[in-house]
Ligand binder design. Structure first.
Ligand code: GRF
Length: 205
């Protein structure tokens, strides 16, 4: 069987990309066939390059608007023959055209238990709300912000008075486990969107 091909889009240091490279890449089931970024200095590009993966940069300033840039990103993804687009700290909103072009083929990881704390600084939001538990969510990407169908969630306790850095480290550690696990399930063909209820994801054993 040929490997399940994924492209990872990232704007930052790329620790989630690294977890995917370490856990999945080049072991038969999953192949990372591209790392794309909007930021030329993103650490993720370096990590991809070090792993021998093709990299590409799509800076916002090079395109007339978001739709034009997303068309270029989408053309590149198709040229890599990717089965799945994996957002790993990609700090750009995707245009509706991109979401429609890759419907149910784009996933994201969010550092909270969605639908709680969507958007920016989810960890800060959880601390401010004084919740006892937060977590990590992997979901399909739809037109909204962190609103797509949920594939997997995992809890992270928030001890009273926890330092932000400590909670961040705990959340990231869970991300680095959960994202490779979720991508593996998708690659194995075990993740299905229920056609009668497209908001619901079913996981086969
Ligand atoms: C992660 O916290 C992820 O949940 C969020 O962006 C961050 C990316 O971190 N979407 P990294 O670049 O993978 O280290």
């Amino acid at each position: 069987m040929s490997a399940f091909r994924i492209v990872v889009l990232a704007s930052g240091s790329g620790t989630n990309l690294q977890a995917i490279l370490d856990e999945l890449h080049g072991r038969g089931l999953v192949e990372v066939v591209g790392v794309g970024s909007d930021k030329p200095a993103a650490g993720a590009l370096e990590r991809g390059g070090r792993a021998g993966v093709e990299t590409a940069v799509f800076p916002a300033g090079d395109y007339a608007d978001r739709a034009a840039r997303d068309e270029a990103v989408g053309d590149w993804i198709e040229s890599r023959q990717a089965d799945l687009v994996v957002l790993a700290g990609y700090m750009q909103l995707l245009s509706p055209g991109f979401v429609a072009r890759f419907r149910n083929r784009v996933v994201n990881i969010h550092p909270a238990l969605l639908p709680s704390f969507p958007g920016l600084d989810a960890i800060g939001q959880a601390i401010a709300a004084e919740v006892e538990t937060t977590g990590v969510t992997v979901h399909f990407v739809d037109e909204g912000i962190d609103t797509g169908p949920v594939i997997a969630r995992r809890e992270v306790p928030v001890p009273a008075g926890v330092a932000r850095e400590e909670l961040e480290a705990a959340v990231h550690a869970v991300e680095h486990e959960l994202y490779p696990e979720a991508i593996r399930m998708i690659a194995e063909g075990r993740v299905r969107i229920d056609p009668s209820d497209p908001r619901t994801v079913a996981i086969d054993d």
